[in-house]
Design a binder for this molecule. Structure first.
Ligand code: PEP
Ligand code: MN
Length: 264
């Protein structure tokens, strides 16, 4: 169902009034993790002003260590809903456990993210497929393009066609970056499917100095959407502090993205 042999026309995914897979490059931006209402509000207003059309932020965080900040959980969803309504940007946020679906319904979360670590959690994929809201499906850090598309198949076969794929870097021997953004794999996947393609330049970069270049490379390679981490005070962030952009740097990046998109 994900194959473009089965469906020839490109799929457009609508998240409220935001269309992904159309002419315009859609940018989702916001903090790695929801930390407080003030933090999300500050960043949401800044990224909206700079031209983002979706608000990102994790309430349930898949941290490597159980002793690291795990996210605010339900409190985080509540903050996202409130700020989203206030600022007018639909939300994309990660779901880690199907048992939380009632909360995602209660707070009317606009787009559900399946993170890299759950990209092959098939029971979660099936339940999220049944849920019906648009999905941002990250590529697992050790998944081939074929495996990634099979994960999308789990969502589509449950009747949810509103799926956006997201390349976020894979594990390789290279340590100069946190993950290796697989631009070639992203382009190859795009040639095999009708689903829109997102790129996450933040997680493969691992360092904010690299984020602009990876974002621009993704746009040049045909990404329909970008998801970028922005924090009002990255140094103080409770997660992924090294890679989050300041609002000022994000604004500069948005202008560079617009200029590049116009030139393509
Ligand atoms: C995230 O987007 O916050 C995240 C945890 O991403 P990934 O699943 O790609 O590591
Ligand atoms: Mn993060």
């Amino acid at each position: 169902l994900a194959s473009n042999e089965w469906k020839k026309e490109p799929t457009k995914v609508s998240v409220k009034d935001v269309e992904i897979g159309g002419e315009k490059i859609v940018v989702a931006a916001g903090p790695c993790a929801v930390e407080s209402e003030e933090q999300v509000e500050t960043v949401a207003k800044a990224v909206r002003r700079a031209g983002a059309s979706l608000l990102r932020g994790g309430a349930f965080k898949p941290r490597t260590s159980p002793y690291s900040f795990q996210g605010l959980g339900e409190g985080g969803l509540k903050i996202l809903r409130k700020v989203s309504d206030e600022v007018g940007l639909p939300i994309v946020t990660e779901i880690m456990d199907a048992r939380d679906l009632p909360l995602f319904k209660q707070y009317d979360i606009d787009m559900l993210q399946i993170g890299a670590r759950n990209a092959q959690n098939f029971t979660l994929l099936k339940e999220v497929g049944k849920f019906g809201k648009p999905v941002l499906l990250k590529r697992g850090m050790a998944n081939t393009v074929e495996e990634w598309l099979q994960s999308a198949e789990y969502l589509l076969s449950e009747g949810n066609g509103n799926v956006v794929l997201c390349e976020r870097g894979i594990r390789t021997f290279e340590k100069a970056t946190r993950f290796t953004l697989d631009i070639g794999g992203m382009v190859a996947a795009k040639m095999m499917t009708h689903l829109p393609m997102c790129a996450d330049p933040s997680h493969p970069a691992g360092k904010r100095e690299l984020v602009h270049s990876l974002a621009l490379a993704s746009v040049a390679a045909g990404a329909d959407m970008l998801i970028i981490e922005v924090h009002p005070n990255p140094e103080k962030a409770l997660s992924d502090s090294e890679q989050q952009l300041t609002p000022e740097s994000f604004e500069v990046l948005m202008n560079r993205i617009k200029a590049l998109a116009n030139a393509l």
